[in-house]
Design a protein around this ligand. Sequence first.
Ligand code: NAP
Length: 480
Amino acid sequence: MHNNYIAGEWVASKDAVENRNPSDITDLIGHYAQATTAQLDTAIDAAASAQKIWQATGLEARQTALMKIGNTLIERADELGELLSREEGKPRGEGRGEVYRAGQFFTYYAAEVLRQIGDNADSVRAGIEIDVRRDPVGVVAVISPWNFPTATAVWKIAPALAFGNAVIWKPANLVPASAVALTEIIADAGLPAGLFNLVMGAGSTIGDALVSHPAIKAITFTGSVETGRRIAAAAIGNMPRMQMEMGSKNALVVMDDADIDLAVACAANGAFGGTGQKCTASSRLIVHDAVHDEFVEKLVAATKAMAVGHALEEGTQIGPVVSEGQLAANLDYMDIARKEGGEVLCGGDRLTLAHEGYYMAPAVIAGTGNGWRINREEMFAPIACVIRAGSYDEALAISNDTDFGLTAGIMTRSLARAGDFRRRAETGVVMVNLPTAGTDYHVPFGGRGDSSYGPREQGQYAVEFFTSAKTAYISTGPAS
Ligand code: NAP
């Protein structure tokens, strides 16, 4: 049994969940304790006390602790990436890359600890100076999804700690092994006992208790829009800060002047990387009439050539879907697509492979309408829907016609069009001649519309959410 980490101790529970490998459901990864609400209360009390110690801890000690965590993640990326791929199902290379990137988040924020953050100004009144500095907000609840078990959690945990806060982390219950592995590394970094706590359990129970707790001063969440709304409603009575990164329905526009082979490579990578289970996935491919048929033909050929298999096997490009429930939802969307009149050009079926797992052939569906459910709802599946457009203006309008607004991309050789798209795309992230997925860690990340709520994550922008500005007025005394 793997336990929760509360007030600096590994603590057992009566209840546990089983964690199985989606590439091979006979592979039992382990049993993971489910935190009780009493344990959650203990964690939050300990965090509130430890946060005061951490806030008063010297900057170099804070920086050293974060650097140690980051370097350990980077050194152990192969081993921890394998564990991540084993429980989540992304190919081994993607799992390793995620852990390595998580390490970079920590080393980046270790450096941010030492950045002087604050401003000085003269008052409009004579003889008064102003000093603006940033204080931590207190105890932060971190709630993360299963699709990037380590990275999404770390891009919240690292800045929270860097800026002097305490953390209570509730990971998604589908991926507890990566959570325990990361917690072991954090527990070894010399932080004050209770500063960082892991509480595993279902969102509907322990997650709900966490976000409604009055001692929680900030909630940073990544997950679906539906859960984001539920959390906001549960928490609002206490008025904590809230930062929510949610779903999307990202468009990749392929123009008549695009390099078609590059467009196909970007579309396949963006639509099927991580088995399509990315908030930045290219699920709507908006293709200009003049190149539509060539693009679709090449995309179908590229999709059929992609190797679906066990996440840890050599050569696998697309791993399994994360769970039986997610696979069933994907197959339902394939039925919906057919009923809506989509032309399924390849894939979309459950696959039976040597290992019993949740495998699905990646699908390309042509002739789809932007108003259809498959183009309005986030499927989180290896399903790419092609929408035809007669002009650039029409393609841009379709791209912006969505409730979401995380990323949008354009494939074009025209600098003028690329520039226009960057200006007019109603998203938080824009990609030019790149897949819609794949972002850096030193710059802001987030969306518009239903995709995001609250201040941006990542880079220096994270300071806004994890600190509170304090403006001090200092009289310099009467002029002599
Ligand atoms: P989810 O079902 O919304 O769950 C996300 C997290 O919220 C999980 O830890 C979940 O716990 C927890 N949760 C559920 N109900 C809760 C409640 N009532 N109170 C508190 N916590 C609760 O999302 P998911 O299926 O894990 O992840 C997929 C979603 O994440 C997609 O919509 C995707 O677009 C989004 N995502 C967005 C970004 C981004 O940066 N924009 C990045 C990655 C993923 P349990 O799972 O244990 O129930």
